[in-house]
Design a protein around this ligand. Sequence first.
Ligand code: GTP
Ligand code: MG
Ligand code: ZN
Length: 294
Amino acid sequence: MVVGVDRGRYTCWLDDQVVVAMRARELGRKSVVVGDRVALVGDLSGGPDALARIVRIAERRSVLRRTADDDDPYERVIVANADQLVIVTALVDPPPRTGFVDRCLVAAFDAGVDPLLCLTKADLAADGAAEEFRRHWSALDLPVVTTRRDDEPVELEERLNGRLSVLIGHSGVGKSTLVNRLVPDAERATGGVSAVGKGRHTSTSAVALALPGGGWVIDTPGVRSFGLAHVSPASLLAGFPDLAEGAEECPPGCEHRSAEEGCALDEWVAEGHASPERLASYRYLLASRGDFVS
Ligand SMILES: Nc1nc2c(ncn2[C@@H]2O[C@H](COP(=O)(O)OP(=O)(O)OP(=O)(O)O)[C@@H](O)[C@H]2O)c(=O)[nH]1
Ligand SMILES: [Mg+2]
Ligand SMILES: [Zn+2]
């Protein structure tokens, strides 16, 4: 398994040992990402100067992608073969954003990866802040864990056990801090919280670490936005399962923009099946992508 990628060098985990490899020419332009299962040839000794070659990438069980912006055609594959996407959001500093979580949920559903919401820095937040924030997704079966500075992340640990999970979130939310607690010898650098938009990230590349209890956790650099240009309009709606059922009542070809155009989603929300904020978030995403359901 590829556990790290840095300037053309791929760190691979092979029989409990680290082997550094480069791409073999026969791979062509195919990208190799953290989480990929690969076939290696050459020097597999794992010595300091040993360099193996990646000759094949195994078929991926899942592919988690994002684009920098909603209209950016360039897709970045974040990780391959993840079972679980852990959406890491601080309750304060940086402040939580429901829209970011909604975007991650769309990406998770699109990739066929289970979402988990992890709310950090509960020690800094007002009482009830976690409950208030998570209420936004109360119509979904979205598992949520809350963590705080001085507590062991026991519940998170249980949910990561035996699975390949990737942590995604803005810079400074505490991803690397969690990884250091989960994997005692991880030694991931942690840093301050940079002002939003400053673009200073403490972690600069994705790294997979073996969990003591089995499974893997992947720490990733903070993302500023989670572009969804690669997600089809139909998949976008699938990322809002609380709304998708209501859309069955829409007229054929409904673009879900407004009740005036016959969209049934306003009625669905008025009946209490989903929250107005979720519908607003969905419509905001639709509009920011500049495409509509046909
Ligand atoms: N009070 C408190 N501070 C925390 C908690 N988790 C993380 N921090 C602090 O938040 C800051 C950022 O933590 P990091 O773990 O570096 O954040 P990150 O998400 O890995 O950031 P990037 O690598 O830039 O994406 C550090 O100063 C941590 O000590 C928490 O639960 N409570
Ligand atoms: Mg980090
Ligand atoms: Zn509609």
